[in-house]
Design a protein around this ligand. Structure first.
Ligand code: FAD
Length: 412
């Protein structure tokens, strides 16, 4: 049975349709976590739960695969998918609006434009927000110092800056202290930009300025690729904590300042703004603590938080795959609770994360996490998961297939 659960995760639970009257769940945020939760609440309840999904954007835009845009290998359309099937196939009510507040006492979500939405259970999955003020001068430089850490127009604008960069120029990417969204993402970005530069601007350089002590994910793999494929192009500098931006100059807590032609600053991050405003970010004012068995907030009952906004358990990355897995656990738990059933006492989570080291090659890291009731947290399952030995073309094909499969799982 444990093996079966390991493979199927929350989907191994029986479908439940004995929901009292017409229960209503509101989901805020139509990203990897929220859109999955909305769909699976409908599936697991056999359509017995009314689900409204609040999302201001017209379509889903994926951060995974967005670094390929910076290498000129794809466009925004390649990482954009419609929300339509959530409504037409699964009966989710799509609410094109932005949540502006939560009244936990009255169980209502306030919207920027529409009428408040009442709920029996609320799922919050608003992703991350940027802490602009943690880096002096950054807020004022936002028009030209881009982050492109929420895929969309800014990703396209960063690509344009790279194209316009003079030959022999420097692209600098500044990484904040962990935890931040997608630990390996900045190193993948450095690789893909360097791969493009080898052809387009062979004298240009990539500087990775990392606030952390060392590469935070797939470290040995990335360092080998930088030494072998990108020698003289990529330079990695650990323990470079950015404190200020002034024009094209980056200033650090301890290290010397750096001038670069294209600056890509990833500011320190925290939970999505609506989670902060709702008073749910009870871990250092940054992340939302949850009861891991059902992802209910420790700050407010009937509100479940998933995805990048949560205070992570041991070794759980802030990833799309993980947000998708958490969404299924929460959908199963809410369906069980609303139908008076026992919630799964031992949920499981899985994660796989691919990184391109060049356009044709990729690596992966995978892990499995089990809920340990005695400690009320998730822990990695020893011996499960793994890491690529070396970049390969086969894994690049797997990465594209992973994206197609998970986009279908989230939205189709
Ligand atoms: C460059 C890059 C590469 C990445 N690569 C990978 C990868 O290969 N594999 C992987 O698994 N992960 C990857 N990630 C990480 C992944 O994108 C995130 O972990 C994932 O998107 C988190 O899902 P989420 O649902 O928490 O947030 P999101 O997917 O960001 O969704 C949040 C949604 O909430 C909406 N929202 C916010 N506030 C409100 C509000 N007030 N009202 C209504 N809606 C609101 C937003 O519009 C958004 O649609 C990558 C990230 C980046 C930046």
């Amino acid at each position: 049975m444990r093996r079966r659960e390991l493979v199927l995760g929350a989907a191994a639970l029986p479908l439940v349709a004995r929901v009292a009257s017409r229960a209503r769940v509101v989901v805020v945020g139509g990203g990897y976590g929220g859109a999955t939760a909305a769909k699976y609440l409908r599936l697991f309840s056999g359509g017995a739960i009314d689900v409204a999904l609040v999302e201001p954007e017209a379509a889903f835009v994926s951060c995974p695969m967005s670094n390929l845009l910076l290498a000129g290998a794809s466009g925004l359309a390649d990482i954009t998918r419609p929300y339509d099937a959530l409504a037409s196939r699964h009966g989710v009510q799509l609410v094109r609006d932005r949540a502006s507040g939560v009244d936990a006492g009255k169980r209502r979500v306030m919207l920027e434009r529409g009428e408040p939405l009442p709920y029996d259970k609320l799922v919050l999955a608003p992703g991350i927000s940027m802490m602009w003020d943690e880096v002096e001068g950054l807020a004022a430089e936002r028009a030209h110092v881009l982050q492109a850490w929420k895929a969309g127009p800014e990703t396209v604008a960063l690509r344009r800056q790279l194209e316009q960069m003079p030959e022999g120029g420097v692209f600098a990417i500044a990484i904040p202290e962990a935890p931040y969204r997608c630990p390996p993402g900045p190193y993948e970005r450095a690789c893909l930009v360097a791969d493009w530069m080898r052809q387009a601007k062979p004298r240009a350089k990539v500087l990775i300025l990392d606030a952390n002590e060392d590469v935070t994910s797939k470290g040995a793999l990335f360092k080998r690729v930088w030494a072998e494929r990108y020698a003289g192009i990529i330079e990695y500098r650990p323990q470079n904590k950015l404190v200020a931006v002034d024009g094209n100059t980056l200033k650090f807590e301890l290290a010397d300042e750096v001038r670069a032609d294209v600056l890509n600053v990833l500011p320190p991050m925290r939970a999505g703004e609506i989670a902060i405003a709702a008073g749910l970010a009870n871990s250092n004012g940054r992340w939302c603590q949850v009861h891991f068995r059902n992802f209910e907030s420790t700050a407010a009952p009937h509100i479940h938080v998933i995805g990048d906004s949560i205070q992570i358990a041991n070794a759980i990355p802030k990833s799309g795959h993980m947000a998708n897995a958490q969404a299924k656990v929460v959908a199963a738990a809410i369906t069980a609770e609303l139908s008076g059933q026992e919630i799964d006492p031992a949920p499981m989570l899985t994660n796989t994360c691919y990184s391109f080291t060049e356009l044709q090659r990729a690596v992966h890291v995978a892990s499995v996490h089990e809920y340990v009731a005695a400690e009320s947290t998730f822990k990695p399952v020893a011996g499960a998961g793994g890491l690529s030995a070396t970049p390969s073309e086969m894994e690049a094909r797997y990465a594209f297939n992973w994206a197609k499969t998970i986009w279908d799982d989230v939205l189709a």
